[in-house]
Write a protein that binds this ligand. Structure first.
Ligand SMILES: [Zn+2]
Length: 202
């Protein structure tokens, strides 16, 4: 895919996230790798339901803007993944209501409630709070860079994938599991380690 294609796909994913109620107003930020040294990321402070491909900002892995515009304030958090993991091709960070409720309470997301959760999500750590746009937040995320999903304390959720569709699928599954946890409450029992191993091998 060429850069134009990645930009348009990113805009489409933003629109789906917005329409599905996984992100609101200008909240969240999403990015995709366009070549080994560059990503495109959502611009700062814009409603995610109304973005076009040409609105996305191109940035190199050192955080320097290529061309025009102001990238998301949380670009540093995205760059950590792209620099440290060659397998990450896209990142979706947003503030879905159920995940964010767990994040506010500092409560662990139970990811092993269904087979899909066990396969897609794995163990989901909570990254301690850091003010958006600060090195403290970047450092907090770096601690868990090898997890594919994160709950960010008092903030929201983050999911990575080899491409935008897989990062989006993880975010959707993450929010579905958080929602199940609220519906089922104390009776939300996770698979034991033996069953999780069997599911992953299947
Ligand atoms: Zn955020």
């Amino acid at each position: 895919m060429d850069e134009r294609g990645y930009r348009d796909e990113l805009a489409s994913i933003c629109k789906i996230l917005y329409d599905r109620g996984l992100t609101f107003s200008s909240g969240g930020n999403m990015s995709v790798r366009v070549d080994p040294e560059h990503i495109v990321i959502t611009p700062s402070g814009r409603n995610k339901g109304m973005l076009r491909g040409e609105d996305m900002i191109k940035v190199n892995l050192d955080g320097e803007v290529v061309g025009e515009g102001k990238p998301s304030i949380e670009v540093g958090m995205h760059l950590i993944y792209y620099r440290m993991r060659d397998d990450v091709g896209a990142i979706v960070h947003c503030h879905p209501p159920y995940c964010t409720s767990l994040a506010i309470m500092g409560e662990r997301l139970k990811s092993n409630l269904t087979p899909e959760g066990a396969v897609l999500l794995g163990e989901v750590p909570i990254a301690p709070y850091g003010t958006p746009g600060t090195t403290r937040l970047v450092d907090s995320v770096r601690e868990h860079v090898f997890s594919d999903c994160l709950i960010m304390e008092r903030h929201g959720a983050l999911a990575v994938g080899s491409d935008l569709i897989s990062a989006f699928n993880r975010m959707e599954e993450l929010e579905f599991h958080a929602r199940l946890q609220f519906i089922v409450g104390d009776r939300a029992r996770e698979f034991d380690a033996e069953e999780i191993e069997k599911i992953k091998q299947g």
